[in-house]
Design a protein around this ligand. Structure first.
Ligand SMILES: [Zn+2]
Length: 182
């Protein structure tokens, strides 16, 4: 595991993302919202970026709330709606990909709207953080943070044709390494 000093105002880097690599949600969520039967993809990326958007947070769902730590977004479609800018992944600019974006995957025929932003709340949807051609995401099958290439991520749901979307990080979000979040 990579250990980084906590400092605010840092940029998203692969080193920062690697501080979470191969960890289980119980090591990431300060509120202990880590049931392995649940889907933690939005939960993971929201802890990295400190995104408290949405109708319910991990803190609200937990009986063991940690003092002084915010709860973060746990629903993919609510995270999508909170992004500053969204679009097809292939249309993300080089600058956006280099500074980091959320990467969403779902069936190609799932109705996804960019303006206003909406994402049908279907069961098969997943999100990770894309940076420099690599995607960090929470594997609910392996119960830990893993990396994938965009091509692999597109095949996340093997029995359907998928589409990839990007979303830029919501206003007031900022990246933090493990145990350094708000
Ligand atoms: Zn949490």
């Amino acid at each position: 595991m990579v250990t980084l000093a906590c400092n605010t105002g840092q940029h998203l880097t692969s080193q920062l993302l690697n501080s979470y690599l191969h960890l289980n949600m119980r090591d990431i969520c300060p509120h202990g919202y880590a049931d392995e039967d649940l889907n933690h993809c939005a939960h993971f990326v929201s802890h990295v970026l400190n995104v408290a958007a949405g109708s319910i947070t991990c803190r609200g769902m937990s009986a063991t709330k940690a003092a002084g730590r915010i709860g973060v977004c746990i629903r993919v479609h609510e995270l999508f709606a909170a992004c500053e800018e969204v679009g097809f992944y292939k249309d993300a600019s080089a600058g956006q990909l280099a500074s980091g974006v959320f990467v969403f995957v779902c069936a190609k025929n799932n109705p996804v709207r960019f303006q206003p932003r909406s994402f049908q709340n279907v069961p098969r949807k997943h999100v990770g953080i894309g940076l420099g051609g690599e995607i960090w995401h929470y594997s609910n099958g392996k119960d830990m943070v893993v990396t994938a290439t965009p091509d692999d991520f597109r095949k996340h749901y093997a029995k359907q044709i998928n589409e990839l979307y990007f979303g830029t990080f919501p206003k007031n979000s900022f990246p933090s390494s493990l145990n350094c979040g708000r």
